[in-house]
Design a protein around this ligand. Structure first.
Ligand code: 4AD
Ligand code: MG
Length: 457
């Protein structure tokens, strides 16, 4: 049995066997208390050792912090505080010793230090909780879409299209590393078996092709951005969730985004109570109340033009001053959600100049039907839009931006053959985990963070 299950079992002096890693071993003359954890939950299981029953002193010495052990014994009600049951040991078996240079000793370690030992940090309370909540959130996301009849679509990782048109793609190469240093006339821009190929920045364009075939779809996969950003909210490799809906406009898109985020939050509050209590106590005080509030109140919705008017009133506070036409910086996004609206806010109808080529142009000719969801503490968490569904307008936009028409032949076909209004968005999975757990740095909500100059494992 795993410890999570054991702790929910009624103690009736039944025999049990449990395996895990020693967190602490308080050894005294007549007895010892060993706390073991197996990662199934935050709590440790207390093992009471009577040295007249477990007589092998060497085994007790070797059951040190970090060692893996099996305990066979009797499950009893715990006389001590802090746990309802404990195990009275009859036999302890050492599975793997742990020498004294084990880096995870009893004290609290900083997240910076733990990043340097990324292969071991999952054994701490914080990172155990992060991966458990991450897993529950991934499940909630699939559940949300599957319950609503969306088809889960696997879009390619290696691709020829720059979905965002931002030129932030990692190139894929079949060439050996050694050839990078030689001047041998290789065309590095065509090195995927003679073609140009990159790692995807978004599954959106491929999702559009299937949304206009089977209706509502969603992707959930890794995406890559070759931007040299060293911030607490950017990764070079992150996971994105991208629903795409046929016969849907920007309003339907915003409705779905709001319902989706509230669903994930409610799911975590209900299913990850112990881990969330930990975050609330040790990582981000008050996060539980904040999330409960978000799950039950409407998000704010304002146009870009209205948001700019609010921000201009506070221009003195910003490093980057605000005027109509600028792309919002993180300080502006956070100010809107933390100071002005005090909850998540959806900003829509952005100037076309700062958004991607595929977004639907509004009648004003100046703005596009883009929408971003901005969350307190994080800033942009979702980016989405209604897509341009007019063949003529899309071609004009591609030409206007100097993009190559031939590269988008297939994408234009979707508008040529039975075009429909359609819309979608992308949720940055790690940013959502940051929002829910209150973890300050995006490097600490993914098992192995990929950031500039950081690819250690
Ligand atoms: O706003 P973005 O660039 O939008 C798209 O890629 C669209 N194709 C999505 C769509 O409409 N289907 O990215 C979407 C989200 C952002 O809001 C942010 O949460 C996250 O992806 N994101 C990042 N997360 C971590 N590290 C990065 N470098 C990120 N870049 C974007
Ligand atoms: Mg964006």
């Amino acid at each position: 049995m795993r410890i999570k299950q054991i702790l929910q079992t009624k103690a009736e002096e039944q025999k049990i066997s449990v395996k895990g890693w020693v967190r602490t071993n308080r050894d005294s003359k007549a007895n010892a208390f060993i706390a073991i954890n197996d990662g199934s939950c935050m709590s440790n299981l207390q093992v009471f050792v009577d040295k007249e029953i477990v007589t092998d002193q060497d085994v007790l010495r070797r059951a040190a912090t970090g060692a893996s052990i099996e305990v066979k014994g009797i499950l009893v009600e715990s006389p001590g505080q802090g746990q309802s049951v404990e195990v009275r040991a009859e036999e302890i078996i050492i599975i793997g010793d742990c020498p004294e240079d084990y880096p995870l000793q009893k004290k609290r370690h900083s997240n910076e230090f733990l990043r340097e030992i990324g292969h071991l940090r999952g054994r701490t309370n914080t990172f155990g909780a992060v991966v458990r909540v991450r897993s529950a959130m991934a499940f909630a996301i699939h559940k949300f879409f599957q319950e609503r009849g969306f088809v889960n679509l696997h879009t390619p990782i290696i691709t020829a299209s720059d979905a965002e048109g931002a030129g932030e793609m990692f190139q894929v190469t079949t060439l050996p590393f050694e050839s990078f240093n030689s001047q041998n006339g290789i065309d590095y821009s065509r090195d995927f078996f003679g073609k140009k190929a990159s790692l995807t920045v978004s599954g959106q364009l491929s999702a559009e092709t299937y949304a206009t075939a089977v209706g509502d779809v969603y992707t959930f996969g890794p995406t890559f951005r070759a931007e040299n950003s060293n911030t607490t909210r950017h990764l070079a490799e992150f996971w994105m969730v991208e629903p795409e809906m046929a016969f849907c406009d920007i309003n339907g898109d915003m409705d779905l985004a709001e319902e989706f985020l509230k669903y994930i939050i409610s799911y975590v509050l209900e299913n990850c109570a112990e881990d969330m209590e930990f975050f609330n106590k040790w990582v981000c005080k008050g996060i539980l109340d904040q999330l409960r509030g978000v799950a039950s109140a409407d998000f704010a919705r304002v146009t870009y033009t209205e948001a700019i008017a609010e921000l201009e009133k506070a221009n003195a506070k910003f490093e980057f001053p605000v005027s109509w036409g600028i792309d919002l910086a993180s300080e502006h996004e956070r100010y809107l959600s933390e100071e002005v609206y005090k909850r998540p806010v959806i900003v829509y109808n952005y100037p076309k100049e700062i958004k991607a080529f595929y977004m639907k142009l509004n009648e004003d000719g100046k703005t596009v039907r883009a929408m971003d969801v901005l969350a307190p503490g994080i800033g942009e968490i979702i980016g989405g839009s209604e897509r341009e569904d007019s063949y003529e307008t899309l071609i004009a936009r591609i030409d206007e931006l100097g993009l190559n028409r031939e590269d988008y032949d297939w994408y234009l076909d979707l508008r040529k053959y039975g075009t429909v209004p359609h819309a979608g968005f992308g949720l940055g999975f790690e940013r959502m985990i940051q929002y829910v757990t209150g973890m300050a740095n995006i490097r600490d909500v993914i098992p192995y963070a990929r950031t500039p100059k950081n690819c250690n494992f």
